[in-house]
Design a protein around this ligand. Structure first.
Ligand SMILES: [Zn+2]
Length: 80
């Protein structure tokens, strides 16, 4: 009977450890969400030609370092 009690305790301890690991895994998954949120709050830059604010990843930069919303605006700004 004692053996059965110890077996039950062992199973309970294993279950506790496993549930702790599961919560740790969920906790480790959380930093991924702020990463996605950070991508959504991408810095916006103003186009040097039309003044429209564009996400940094969608901008076009010319040789002088000016930022444009599109390649077309970069060319138009270079012509003017
Ligand atoms: Zn523009």
């Amino acid at each position: 009977m004692k053996l059965l009690l110890w077996a039950a305790i062992a199973v309970f301890v294993i279950w506790l450890i496993r549930s702790n690991n599961a919560s740790t895994t969920i906790g480790a998954g959380r930093p991924g969400k702020p990463g996605k949120a950070a991508r959504q709050i991408e810095p916006m830059v103003q186009c040097a030609h039309c003044g429209v604010y564009v996400p940094v990843s969608e901008t076009v930069t010319d040789t002088s370092g000016k930022v444009f919303c599109s390649d077309e605006h970069r060319l138009q700004h270079a012509r003017s």
